[in-house]
Write a protein that binds this ligand. Structure first.
Ligand code: ADP
Ligand code: ZN
Length: 623
């Protein structure tokens, strides 16, 4: 077969035929088909897609097609050794010959992989960059090349080549040499990191200037964004999980290791199975926890940002942030780990005064160059604007990545438009109170005392400083403490007030004057407690049906039990056997024949053969 023409058989192109036959998916998503055709034909590509959009197929299908056409093996360079085993198992399950070479293999195992490679028995080979750059590997590649059996180089997580991002890996810089040695082998580089600077680095350092660029929308329509005001974060988290995601897998991000451990413990005690993960744990424990999260159903991973890159578990149904991330890139990458299988997922965050203060201070007090700090501040400002927004969160997120769109209908602000009130007057009162403190004896105070004074509370501290005589004492009795905290939070978020020093004492910035003069309007959202918590039904255009109920739910439970057992027996994560969405379809449709079963998305030829009979029996045995 001539790959260059991608022959159509019965009106179905070769890539589409592979998608259906091997992967069991009916259609390509977005630009996948164009990428697959382009790369299968031997051309270079740079692929920028958000997490969960389906990058893997963009090199896996070309790998299969090029192997079939006699071009040999595809080398996949990936920094994530811990995940290679699962990636290879998943391909195995699909009947695609794959292997990995990394430091976890015994010498004789590595030898066998090399022999299989030279004998042309492998379609995809995964290796970490440090491995690829060894002498021995170079010899292996040379031998394959001599036989004309190097089909494609796929460079995953390509942003690791850039110092700009936080995932920089020095070994990635060496990958340019692959192209120098084997200039005619086509390459595809893939990443979910969008910003200009990183993109330019990738093109230059991997010498991909002439590659065709495929940049897709960064929208993840099935993710629902919610940012809630922080009151009792752990209780709020528990409530969120119990009411909306009981029994489902999710990730909870916290800023500190201590908080990770405490939160995991708290959730476990409250009956939500949770595991901790942060860089302070020994490698072995991290591996075990990561493995359990990937393999078992319905676990919650509580983690610092050390967790997550390359985690392609499709059934993560929520990503929660207990602390504000550093910037929108981080927020988007972390939340992007939810809903990869296409089902509805929640990105949920609690956000409060302390978050704003902490993030601002972390930048102020860091040792970095002033230029760098300025950039960090600008990035934080964009995130704070998102957190304080009254309008569509998605529109703001996408705007940050240079995309425009209409309000989404699937974020908190769209579903439940916040009632706003004009807080300009309140803001002026608050600012003048800070001003009066300072005027009195050059003193500064923190938020607690400030709010007490505004609300006219006669505390010991008020007595001590004689603040009951200030003109601002009691001028804000009409607002609750929570409302005042909200006003202050927004003033800090907007940069009109600064929290300083060990005690977070408050000071006015230059721009406060404009608010005091009434030149800037401050709009606040009504505290959420004041509104009904009515929740619109999940799902909108393009998002799958809600989970089954009634008898279908019973069938689904049986299918999941079968999957758990099968996955255990084969030592693979459950989703490698079938995704949740596939099982849900089976439970709903109740296919009675091989043909009907094979028509369900996610059931390819190999899985139909391996599991078809068991599933048909299981479904037939019902009632
Ligand atoms: P990425 O690497 O871009 O984060 P993956 O390649 O892991 O995303 O794909 C995310 C999920 O979407 C996977 O579970 C994958 O099987 C699924 N997927 C990808 N392409 C399709 C498709 N055309 N139809 C259905 N599911 C798909
Ligand atoms: Zn919206």
């Amino acid at each position: 077969m001539s790959i260059e023409r991608l022959d159509a058989v019965d009106g179905v192109s070769a890539p589409l035929a592979v998608l259906r036959e091997v992967f069991g998916y009916p259609e390509f998503r977005g630009v996948q088909q164009q990428i697959v055709e382009h790369v299968s034909a031997g051309a270079d590509a740079l692929v920028l897609m958000p997490t969960g959009a389906g990058k893997s197929l963009c090199y896996q299908i070309p790998a299969i097609l090029r192997q079939r056409a006699g071009h040999g093996v595809t080398l996949v360079v990936s920094p994530l050794i811990a995940l290679m085993h699962d990636q290879v198992s998943a391909l195995d399950e699909l009947g695609v010959p794959a292997a990995f070479l990394n430091s976890s293999l015994e010498l004789n195992e590595a030898r066998r992989v090399e022999q299989d490679l030279l004998a042309g028995r492998i379609t995809l080979l995964y290796a970490a960059p440090e491995r690829v750059l060894t002498e021995r590997f170079a010899t292996l590649l040379g031998a394959l090349h001599e036989r004309g059996k190097l089909a494609l180089f796929a460079i995953d997580e390509a942003h690791c080549v850039s110092q700009w991002g936080h995932d920089f890996r020095a070994e990635y810089l060496g990958l340019g040499s692959l192209h120098e040695r084997f200039p005619e082998v086509p390459r595809i580089a893939l990443t979910a990191t969008a910003d200009e600077h990183t993109r330019a680095d990738i093109l230059e350092r991997l010498q991909l200037q002439d590659a065709r660029r495929f940049i897709t929308s960064f929208d993840r329509p099935n993710i629902r964004y919610q940012i809630v005001e922080k009151s009792e974060p752990r209780r709020q988290l528990l409530h969120f999980i119990q009411t909306e995601h009981a029994g489902e897998a999710g990730i909870v991000y916290c800023q500190s290791r201590k908080k990770v451990e405490e939160t995991a413990e708290f959730l476990s005690e409250e009956g939500v199975p949770a595991l901790p993960y942060h860089a302070g744990f020994p490698a072995e424990q991290r591996r075990v926890n990561q493995d359990r999260f990937l393999r078992e159903d319905g676990l919650v991973m509580v983690a610092t940002i050390a967790f997550g890159m390359g985690i392609d578990k499709p059934d993560v149904r929520f990503v929660a942030h207990l602390d504000l991330p550093r910037n929108i890139e981080g927020y988007y990458q972390e939340t992007g780990r939810g809903g990869r299988g296409g089902q509805p997922a929640d990105a949920w965050m609690t956000y409060g005064l302390a978050d704003v203060v902490n993030q601002r201070r972390m930048i102020d007090e860091s040792e970095a160059e002033e230029d760098f700090k300025r950039l960090q501040r600008a990035k934080l400002d964009a995130l704070l604007a998102l957190a304080e927004a009254h309008d569509c969160r998605r529109v703001r997120l996408l705007a940050y990545f240079g995309e425009s769109g209409a309000p989404c209908g699937n974020c908190d602000n769209c579903l439940n438009p916040p009632v706003t009130w004009n807080a300009t007057e309140a803001a002026r009162k608050l600012l003048s109170c800070i001003y009066r403190f300072h005027q009195q004896r050059g003193q500064r105070f923190g938020s607690g005392h400030l709010i007490d004074v505004l609300r006219g509370k006669e505390t010991d501290k008020v007595e001590q400083y004689q603040h009951q005589h200030l003109s601002t004492f009691g001028i804000g009795a009409d607002l609750s403490e929570g409302q005042w905290r909200g006003v202050l939070r927004q003033l800090i978020a907007l940069g009109h007030v600064q929290a300083q020093g060990e005690f977070n004492t408050l000071a006015l910035t230059v721009s406060a004057r404009e608010v005091l003069r009434g030149e800037i309007q401050i709009l606040m959202r009504e505290p959420p407690a004041a509104r009904s918590r009515a929740r619109a039904a999940k799902g909108r255009a393009g998002v799958e049906a809600p989970p089954p109920v009634g008898p279908a739910a019973t069938r689904l439970a049986k299918l999941k039990a079968w999957r758990a057992e099968t996955a255990r027996a084969r030592n693979v994560p459950a989703y490698v056997v079938f995704h949740d969405a596939t099982l849900e379809d089976m439970a709903r449709v109740v296919p009675g024949t091989y043909l009907a079963l094979g028509a369900i998305a996610g059931v390819g030829a190999r899985k139909l053969e391996a599991y078809g009979e068991e599933i048909l029996q299981l479904l037939a045995a019902e009632e």
